[in-house]
Design a protein around this ligand. Structure first.
Ligand code: SF4
Length: 154
């Protein structure tokens, strides 16, 4: 998996203070997408085990308390990203007690593959669906267009 950005302290992509990872790779090609540079799977830089360790350490950093981890992109549920995302969310569950995981995807919850669902089974909140320019509304919380749904899973 490749990623574009990692913000160790972020207050805009989900509730509270968070660690946020924007991964590379998205097949949805939504007109009006503001993250077009993330569409290619091989854009950005390689997500290494050192990066994974850093996220776990940042989430457990007691000097700056984080509510949890945000996974966005690109699409964290792009089939080629799923193995690395699954490994990461499993580690967060095991090594970062009390931290929540929010994930944004262009897929619909109802159409996930078993592998994608395995990731979703471990997260707290899924915001699903493509960005639809005609339904865009800047007043919406955590979503760009009104077709997208904030699923509180646990
Ligand atoms: S799902 Fe998100 S990143 Fe992918 S094309 Fe749509 S708006 Fe862009």
């Amino acid at each position: 998996m490749n990623y574009h950005q990692y913000y160790p302290v972020d207050i805009v992509n989900g509730p509270g203070t968070r660690c946020t990872l924007f991964v590379s790779g998205c097949v949805h090609q939504c007109p009006g997408c503001y993250n077009k540079s993330t569409w290619r799977l091989n854009s950005g830089v390689l997500f290494t085990s050192e990066m994974e360790d850093r996220i776990i350490a940042d989430l457990n950093d007691t000097r700056i308390s984080r509510q949890g981890l945000t996974l966005s992109g690109g699409d964290p549920l792009h089939p080629q990203n799923v193995p690395d995302i699954l490994k990461l969310v499993k580690r967060v569950r095991q090594e970062c007690p009390g931290k929540d995981i929010w994930l944004w995807t262009g897929y619909l919850l109802s159409e996930l593959t078993p592998a994608q669902q395995e990731v979703v089974d471990l997260i707290n909140v899924l915001i699903d669906g493509k960005f639809v320019k005609e339904l865009a509304d800047p007043s919406l919380l955590w979503r760009g267009s009104s077709n997208q749904i904030v699923h509180k899973l646990r």
